[in-house]
Design a protein around this ligand. Structure first.
Ligand SMILES: Cc1ncc(COP(=O)(O)O)c(C=O)c1O
Length: 396
């Protein structure tokens, strides 16, 4: 028997719901159909011009070589200033900040640095899909903690976490503002999880990539800011992707104690080597110079969020609390009595609108669809109107 060519760990990677729906949408588009995408996980805006200019300049000045695995010191300093100014986190740029090629790499470095084979990692259900795949690649086991549902959305219950902790539990992944639910964790919820991590000696991996997209006067709070004991066991994962519309640049940063940072640096060094030199120079400019574009993009999301939720509210059978953060809504469509993979495919086939089935994000996501409002108001209007017509037909 020939040896299998593909390592067994690859079999643990679940398929991506977003990629699968995108693929089906593109196929339909190639057949000449006019398809509306409400799946996108990235800003539709261009990167602000002064950031593009900074990269151009850096390239011309010779920032085209390797840089240290942990990133340019000046960028780490700019990140430290930002953390102190905006997040109330004091971090030593020399030892507690690691520059990554985006939050995806940051999450991967965090998981690889802390999860041993057989370790358990607590993940909320629903959760962003790649967490489960990464834990599987490290040989760890995911233990899902169901979030509870009310008519105002999803919420955390302390006992649900506590009862799933075992001697093998190593870490807990949190994501606020949350993809896909749009939930922003409250200070009280973060304190509850920090204390739980404290009691059971767990690492907290805190994905904060949507920190700038928080609505209605709420505030993004980083768990690392709440207590020095929490900071000591937290890896904050953040990136430039969503805030600065820089998804294609691949730039992010992790913040953690020096032992964790040094362990994660080894993962980066042995996989990606370092983030691109001139992109890091542009990152300094993004953090230190005008934030006007960030504010303008926020205003646009605010308007789109209102439009999308107002339109969804007119569709009988759809219940959609306004998301507290992110650029996603996660309406409850369970009244149509269809599995959400089937429902998403029905919407694509009937009215050519691409959505993401909530089931992709976990068992608790069943009964929901994720719709992105990182697209034009015209697309939102057209897409939701089409969805309304298709869902109406299901009542008959
Ligand atoms: C919750 C969450 N974390 C991380 C990422 C990845 O971000 P990056 O582009 O920085 O890798 C995404 C992208 O959709 C996300 O939704």
């Amino acid at each position: 028997m020939p040896k299998p060519q593909i390592a067994a760990r690859i079999a643990s990677i679940p398929p991506s719901g977003v990629a699968e729906m995108m693929r089906l949408g593109r196929e339909m588009e190639q057949r000449g159909e006019e398809v509306i995408y409400l799946v996108q996980g990235e800003p539709d805006f261009d990167t602000p011009p002064h950031i593009i200019e900074a990269a151009r300049e850096a390239m011309a000045r010779g920032f085209t070589h390797y840089v240290p695995g942990e990133g340019l010191l000046e960028l780490r300093e700019a990140v430290a200033e930002k953390l102190a100014r905006e997040n109330d986190i004091q971090a030593d740029p020399k030892s507690e900040i690691l520059i990554t090629t985006g939050a995806t790499m940051g999450l991967y470095a965090a998981v690889m640095a802390v999860v041993d084979p057989g370790d358990e990692v607590l993940l909320t259900d629903p959760a962003y899909g790649p967490y489960e795949a990464m834990v599987g690649l490290a040989g760890g086991r995911v233990v899902f903690v169901p979030l509870m549902k009310s008519d105002r959305g999803f919420y955390f219950v302390s006992e649900e976490f506590e009862s799933r902790v075992t001697p093998r539990t190593k870490a807990i992944v949190i994501n606020t503002p949350n993809n896909p639910t749009g939930k922003v964790m409250t200070r009280a919820e973060l304190e509850m999880l920090g204390e739980l991590a404290q009691r059971h000696d767990l690492i907290i991996i805190a994905d904060e990539v949507y920190e700038k997209l928080v609505y209605d006067g709420r505030q993004h709070v980083s768990i690392a800011a709440l207590a020095p004991e929490f900071k000591a066991r937290t890896i904050v994962v953040n990136s430039f992707s969503k805030t600065y519309a820089m998804t294609g640049w691949r730039l992010g940063y992790n913040v953690a104690n020096s032992a964790l940072t040094s362990a994660m640096t080894k993962v980066i060094y042995q996989s990606g080597r370092c983030a691109t030199a001139f992109v890091q120079r542009a990152g300094i400019v993004a953090l230190r110079e005008s934030q006007d574009r960030v504010r303008q993009m926020f205003q646009a999301y605010l308007e789109r969020r209102r439009l999308m939720t107002d339109l969804l509210a007119t569709i009988p059978g759809v219940s959609c609390p306004s998301p507290e953060g992110t650029f996603y809504v996660f309406p409850d469509v369970s009244s149509f009595g269809m599995g959400t993979w089937d429902l998403a495919k029905y919407l694509l086939n009937e009215v050519k609108v691409v959505t993401t089935p909530g089931r992709y994000y976990g068992v608790q996501g069943e009964g929901h669809l994720r719709l992105s409002f990182a697209t034009s108001t015209a697309n939102i209007r057209l897409g939701i109107n089409r969805i309304g017509h298709a869902l109406e037909r299901l009542w008959r």
